[in-house]
Design a protein around this ligand. Sequence first.
Ligand code: 13P
Length: 252
Amino acid sequence: MRNYLVAGNWKMNGDMASNRELVAGIVAGAPDTDRVKLLICPPFPYLAAMAQATADSTVVVGAQSVSEHASGAYTGEVSPQMLLDCGCEYAIVGHSERRSLYLESSAAVASKFKAALEAGLRPILCVGESLEEREAGSTEAVIDEQLNAVLDTVGVAGLETAVIAYEPVWAIGTGMTATPEQAQEVHKHIRGVLAGHDAAIAESTQILYGGSMKGENAAGLLAMPDIDGGLIGGASLKSADFLAIAEAAAQG
Ligand code: 13P
């Protein structure tokens, strides 16, 4: 049986004082069950401090992005090893904001995934379609292209310690959530693609839903058989909101 992963993507928010307060609230209220793991992904400058703040808890820390390079003249970039050094266990790759605002191609995302994995981080691969793509009936084709770029680069074995997050672009930050049935349909498809390569890895891989997940809609989404947690933006910025989702997972 797969456990739940409830992950907060803080995006570019907060400052040292407010982030310390947020992490303290999350640590204090984390559900006391092995069934649910909580992950926070603060901006780069706060990673080390947040890792220290969670050191004696079950909450773990991840980065929102990672360089595909190990070191050198890459101004503004942060290597996988640096993230490990700061206490990260996970790194998000291919978030739709990185793909659309910073023009990260699926090939670049696959390189980042590979670099993170080889360094010992657990990549969280984000995939998802835009509203136009959904309306054109190409949701599965878009997901397949994003997923296959990674599968072609690292093979299905590369997914063994990784996580996939389905984040329909039209649901991110819009308050428009995919229905549990819509999300389940895509999650099932993703698991099917993995099963085409390796049944055991398909069965064990956690697939998170992201896109306006909050306390009020989490239980319905998490009740779906192929939804193993959430990647949460807005509702991860207040400990009570984030913990409401964690609690829904603990009850699920
Ligand atoms: P929201 O929860 O704010 O829609 O953001 C989702 C997201 O992008 C998480 O990575």
